[in-house]
Design a binder for this molecule. Structure first.
Ligand SMILES: Cc1cc2nc3c(=O)[nH]c(=O)nc-3n(C[C@H](O)[C@H](O)[C@H](O)COP(=O)(O)OP(=O)(O)OC[C@H]3O[C@@H](n4cnc5c(N)ncnc54)[C@H](O)[C@@H]3O)c2cc1C
Ligand SMILES: NC(=O)c1ccc[n+]([C@@H]2O[C@H](COP(=O)([O-])OP(=O)(O)OC[C@H]3O[C@@H](n4cnc5c(N)ncnc54)[C@H](OP(=O)(O)O)[C@@H]3O)[C@@H](O)[C@H]2O)c1
Length: 381
């Protein structure tokens, strides 16, 4: 059943249960990346590989308590949630409002209520946009309340200055043909330190799933019609998925294997260290052994002195990669949008130029044609 038929959607998320929360990164890793399994049992929700799962997180109760303490509230004060429903302040701060990045409205209100607020008021001027961004980098609502502690609010005034907590999307890492009423995710848990404070910072949703989501996880399916396995089961597929970008390709492989698709699959995976960051190693090795994975190319960036990334491996295998494209292969990329996807795109152009004996303009036309034919598909974030 689609989201609409099941009755569950972003507006009416399904209260799912988390059944598996397993670390993929091992000892010595710089990361905490995890494999999650969420049960959709009883929801009637269906998804297709390529779709994402939307997850509504709750804030960390410890952070909520610090905010309540800073403002001198008990948490029992009645307020209105971002959806307009009445709730005790503690519940509203847990489930309804953003406590990470402060809103401009909060900064404005604080600047008017604290004698040193002129500094903040200045940052809010249009010409100070870059300074404001710089100030906000790594600063949350509690930081602002602590740094401008003379600012006082009523509970209702305070929540009106906060923005609504939003769901996060995660690429689905499983095929329902294989896992049934379940959905698998591959998530990098966001935790970091900031220079101006000893308090450790954390991503809301990734830590919610990693640490606080025992009972109910409100979820919905986010359809991604642009990011499907090749419609032709015989077509080859090249998949480039470093880091958590591997997630949808694990799903693609499950789907193509379970549906008996004969098209060859070539997976590029990259992470920092092979010893600690080789996600799903056993599964991919089994897929090679069974023939489900025709080629598997890895790029471990920190196994040697110089960085080796997926695009370097693509270039090394350029002649073969071009040959796959010439044979009608689809080309998929998932993961970091800021750097990786751009560098992979540049490598693809170089390969077409070199191995197709084309000028840069002709290589661009070739890649544009791939996009037009919907053979070049991206899911980057
Ligand atoms: C279509 C799509 C698919 C996705 N799929 C996946 C997936 O499969 N796996 C996955 O892990 N993620 C995926 N993401 C990303 C995911 O949605 C979340 O953005 C991610 O998990 C972070 O959410 P969070 O709530 O944990 O962190 P948030 O509370 O949103 O905090 C993240 C923010 O913290 C800040 N921050 C982070 N590091 C630092 C630092 N060092 N210093 C200062 N500030 C910092 C940044 O402002 C950053 O935006 C996907 C995103 C999209 C749009
Ligand atoms: N919005 C968010 O809050 C959020 C949360 C989580 C992740 N993300 C994004 O999602 C991405 C995925 O994170 P992740 O931990 O799964 O993996 P990642 O940071 O993308 O790292 C995976 C591998 O890619 C390498 N890499 C770094 N720069 C690269 C480039 N320009 N081209 C190719 N490979 C490159 C890394 O090497 P090195 O580390 O050795 O350089 C590592 O080996 C992050 O980069 C981040 O942008 C966003």
């Amino acid at each position: 059943m689609s989201s609409t038929e099941s009755g569950y959607s972003r507006k009416n998320p399904f209260p799912a249960t988390l059944s598996v929360n397993r670390k993929l990164t091992g000892e010595g890793s710089n990361k905490d990346t995890r494999h999650f399994e969420i049960s959709l049992s009883g929801s009637g929700l269906d998804y297709e590989v390529g779709d994402s799962l939307g997850v509504f997180p709750s804030n960390n109760p410890a952070l909520v308590e610090l905010v309540l303490k800073e403002l001198g509230f008990t948490g029992a004060e009645p307020v209105t949630t971002a959806d307009g429903a009445p709730a005790p302040l503690r519940d509203a701060l847990l489930k309804s409002y953003i406590l990470t990045e402060p809103s401009k409205q909060l900064l404005q209100a604080v600047s008017e209520r604290d004698s040193s607020g002129a500094f903040l008021a200045n940052l809010l001027l249009p010409e100070e946009k870059a300074s404001l961004e710089n100030f906000l980098w790594g600063r949350d609502v509690l930081d602002v309340l602590q740094e401008f502690s003379a600012a006082r609010f009523t509970p209702e005034e305070f929540v009106k200055l906060l923005r609504k907590l939003q769901p996060r999307l995660y690429s689905i890492a499983s095929s329902q043909r294989v896992v049934g009423e379940s959905v698998h995710l591959t998530i990098a848990v966001v935790r970091y330190g900031v220079e101006h404070s000893p308090r450790r910072r954390e991503g809301v949703c990734s830590t919610f799933l990693a640490e606080r989501a025992e009972s109910s996880v409100p979820v919905f399916v986010h359809t991604a019609k642009h990011f499907r396995v090749p419609e032709n089961p015989d077509a080859p597929a090249i998949m480039v998925g470093p880091g958590t970008g591997i997630a949808p390709f694990r799903a693609f492989l499950q789907e193509r294997q379970a549906s008996g698709a004969k098209g060859p699959n070539w997976l590029f995976f990259g992470e920092q260290k092979s010893a600690s960051d080789f996600f799903y190693k056993d599964e991919f090795e089994a897929a090679i052994a069974s023939g489900a994975l025709s080629k598997f190319t890895t790029a471990f960036s920190r196994d040697q002195a110089e960085k080796i990334y997926v695009q370097h491996r693509m270039l090394e295998h350029g002649a073969e990669l071009y040959d796959w494209l010439e044979k009608g292969s689809f080309f998929y990329v998932c993961g970091d949008a800021k750097n990786m996807a751009k560098d992979v795109d540049a490598a693809l152009h170089s390969i077409v130029e070199k191995h197709g004996a084309k000028t840069p303009e002709q290589a661009k036309e070739y890649v544009d044609a791939l996009k037009k034919e919907k053979r070049y598909r991206k899911d980057v974030y």
